[in-house]
Design a protein around this ligand. Structure first.
Ligand code: PEP
Ligand code: MG
Length: 324
């Protein structure tokens, strides 16, 4: 079976009824690239850049970051690479930033909120990204967007850094897509509006589930509320996908759910365009997708969305998977 899966590494991701999808990989460092290439991922759907800032005693310089982003883009040889700006805060603390202690870090100064507060750090990262952009197909993604003004502010700063580089004669790609993570319920509910200013969405289900269920994703005693197939989550996911498509944009997912073999059929049925998962899951996802009809799952996803509990949804999916 392992050998059979291996054969899929060089094949495209296509459903049984001929729909092309993107099965991408999540990375946290350059070391993760080998597995991405070995498993034939269609691209990188999430580069968690905050890891570049962790396990050290100072902020990575623009040059250090530039070299890393350029290397990743080159290695992917023109396949799409979605690089997320730093998601620091929450559970990811950086002692050298000397940030004030918060009583609810997951609801506090995290991700883009911190980037907008510490514009110096943000501008350094954006410059490194813009400089690297000519090395491949770069997409820039902002994490933890709740409201439009955050996206507009981030884009304004990005445009300023681009203008500065161009004035210095440094080339910057003119085909960079700028998108956002949808991982806060308010953003999912307002996705049609956010789609005006975002080139793409990537749904971060790890946080979207945490915030929708009001259940800390690190807290074992409430882990039963981590319910990716719950109709409340599925309805938010569908809302985001539909909003993207209505605006002519694409929608992906980079939370754990994107690589989950029970969730994939439903996500396919709801029209998700890109699934980004750990590199080790890409081949089994490609195998599964090859056995599924998007059209059939569109109907089954509709049925699932009308149910009331995660258990019922699971039952529906498993019954349909075993039937054919
Ligand atoms: C998510 O929230 O689903 C996500 C992909 O981001 P992270 O796990 O890094 O918070
Ligand atoms: Mg997240």
């Amino acid at each position: 079976r392992k050998a059979k899966l291996k054969l899929l590494a060089s094949l495209p991701s296509v459903t049984a009824d001929g729909e092309r999808l993107e099965l991408a990989a999540n990375i946290g460092s350059v070391e993760d690239l080998a597995k991405v290439l070995e498993n034939g991922a269609d691209g990188i759907g999430l580069f968690r850049t905050e890891f570049l800032y962790m396990g050290r005693s100072s902020i990575p310089t623009e040059e250090e970051q530039y070299q890393i982003y350029k290397h990743v883009l080159e290695k992917l040889g023109g396949k799409r690479v979605v690089i997320r700006t730093m998601d620091i805060g929450g559970d990811k603390e950086l002692p050298y930033l000397e940030l004030p202690k918060e009583s609810n870090p997951f609801l506090g100064l995290r991700a883009l909120r911190l980037s907008l507060k510490r514009e110096d750090l943000f501008r350094t990262q954006l410059r490194a990204l813009l400089r690297a952009s000519t090395a491949g197909k770069l997409n820039i993604m902002f994490p933890m967007i709740a409201v439009m003004s955050e996206l507009l502010e981030a884009k304004r700063i990005l445009a300023e850094e681009r203008a500065k580089l161009e004035a210095e004669g440094i080339p910057v790609s003119d085909s960079i897509e700028v998108g956002i993570m949808i991982e806060i319920p308010a953003a999912a509910l307002n996705a049609d509006y956010l789609a005006r200013e975002a080139d793409f969405f990537s749904i971060g289900t790890n946080d979207l589930i945490q915030y929708t269920m009001a259940a800390d994703r690190m807290n074992e005693s409430v882990s039963y509320l981590y319910q990716p197939y719950h109709p409340s989550i599925l309805r938010l996911v569908r809302m985001v996908i539909q909003a993207a498509h209505k605006a002519g944009k694409w929608a992906g997912m980079c939370g754990e759910m994107a690589g989950d073999l029970t969730a994939i059929p439903l996500l396919l049925g709801m029209g998700l365009d890109e699934f980004s998962m750990s590199a080790g899951s890409v081949l089994q996802a490609r195998e599964l997708v090859g056995e599924l009809s998007k059209q059939q799952w569109a109907g089954l996803a509709e049925e699932a969305l009308a149910l009331g509990t995660q258990e019922e949804v699971k039952k529906l999916v498993h019954a349909a998977l075993n039937k054919d």
